[in-house]
Every structure is written in C-alpha cells, then in structure tokens.
Ligand binder design. Structure first.
Ligand SMILES: [Fe+2]
Length: 263
C-alpha cells in the first residue's frame, strides 16, 4: 500500500499520540468510574497526558455480569458525551476478558470485544492475580483456535516466583502474543516483584504496550509516570510503549498462530 504525503503525516501524528489499550472507562459496569461524570474526568485526565485513543476495557468475568452485546452501544454513548464535553479522545470498544469466561462467549461476543483489522483480531486476556496457570493457557489456546490472537493483560502482576507462570508466558510469546504491562508496575507502585518482572518483560518481544489500567479516582491515567520511570532507567525510546506499539496493535492487529516449538 502506497500512502500519500498527507496520509503519511496523519499516520505519523497518530503514532506520536498515546493510546491506552487497557482502561476501565465505562460508567457503572465494573470497578471503574461509578458515574458518567467520573468517566469524563478520567478521560480528561488521559487527554491531559497526551492520550488521544482509549480502548474501553470493562471486566468480562464471572463476577460482573456484563452483557457483552451492550458494550459497543455503551461505548458510543461515552464517546458522544466526551465529544460534547470537548475531551479530545477517540474511544474504542473492547473488554478485559477473564480466562474463565473465554470459553463461554460466542464468536459474535468475542468480536464485540476484539480489536484490530479483519483476519488479525486480538483479545485482551486477563492474567489472573492468582497466577498464570493451566486455565490461562487453555483459554489463550481456545481463543487462537477460534481465530483470535491474544494480548496478555498485566502478566507482571501474576508472575512472582512461580515457575509455571513463566512457562505459560513463554508459551504465549512463542505463539506471538503481545504483552500489556501496567504503568504503575513500571513505576514501582505495584510492588518490587511486579516492577522487576515488568522490566524483565519490557524487551521480551517487539510488541509490548504500556497501559494505565485506569479505574477512576483510585487509579488515574499514569502513562506520564511510566514514561518518567522508563526514561529514568535509560530507556531510549520509551514512547514506543505508549504510542507506536499500541497504535500498531490497533491498526495492524496480530496473527493468531500455534506456539512455535521451544528451542
Ligand atoms: Fe483491568
């Protein structure tokens, strides 16, 4: 595909802006903002950091009984309100899928929370805080068998010292999964084990995105905090984790494929 100069410049501009792939933006559906006013404040704070794209990723798990089919319409309502409030962010519909729900969702429901272009759609799959285990591996494999690639949500918060977790994650990396690390983890706010694991994973593959996993007043957007932490560590191209990588995942997607054999 050959782009014109203005298309190239628009694409470059987009890739300079931050994009949040994991963000609890929808009001009153999970442990995110309780009201639309809180949603507007959260989005405004993200815009203030330089974010221009937010994927709304409510919990799709067995605790919050979210009707997945309603998410695109709820997202449109939030986007319309943000336009009226002149908050300059583009909002996309997604979800943070818990492994225990992955097998329950129909193909259409998975499509409603998947991102990326046709043929390269991916789902944000939550790494449980109890650890990356066989349940996660089965869920991720099941998604790939149904044509969806996987972006692993905050693996650094699940790894600890458990050998099994690292094995599960290595298998995901061999399957081409991307990783989403949480801004607070890089800044040390989720504890030293999570920070160490996040720094270890930062260069695990090309496709590592950093996101705030914002939830409202208790966890506000934190991409600037992550950038400061990464820059302080001498990371030369820290912006790629909050701008070009998330944009690449949204625009070019991911291929779902079986894991390559371990070397
Ligand atoms: Fe989350």
């Amino acid at each position: 595909m050959i782009l014109t100069a203005s298309e190239r410049s628009a694409s470059n501009m987009r890739s300079m802006n931050f994009a949040e792939l994991h963000f609890h933006l929808l009001p009153g559906v999970d442990d995110g903002p309780p009201s639309i006013d809180a949603t507007v404040e959260l989005a405004r704070a993200a815009a203030g950091e330089g974010t221009r794209t937010i994927v709304a990723t409510p919990h799709v798990n067995s605790y919050y009984s979210i009707d997945v089919k309603s998410l695109p319409e709820r997202t449109r309502e939030v986007a319309a309100r943000l336009r009226r409030e002149r908050v300059p962010v583009n909002v996309l519909s997604g979800g943070e899928l818990a492994p225990e729900r992955a097998g329950d969702l129909s193909q259409a429901e998975l499509e409603w929370i998947a991102l990326g272009p046709p043929g390269r759609r991916w789902v944000l799959l939550e790494a449980p805080f109890t650890g990356l285990d066989d349940g996660f591996a089965v869920a991720a494999g099941g998604l790939r068998a149904r044509g969806f690639a996987v972006v692993v949500a905050h693996p650094e918060r699940s790894l600890g010292a458990a050998e099994l977790g690292w094995q599960v994650l290595e298998r995901e990396l061999r399957a081409g999964s991307a990783l989403q690390l949480t801004a607070w983890s890089l800044a040390g706010l989720n504890g030293e084990p999570a920070r160490k694991a996040a720094l270890h994973l930062l260069h695990a593959n090309r496709l590592v995105a950093v996101a705030s996993d914002a939830h409202g007043a208790a966890r506000m957007p934190a991409l600037r905090l992550a950038l400061d932490a990464l820059t302080g560590l001498g990371e030369r191209d820290a912006r790629r984790y909050v701008a070009s990588v998330p944009h690449a995942l949204l625009e070019r997607g991911l291929a779902a494929r079986a894991p390559a054999l371990a070397a």
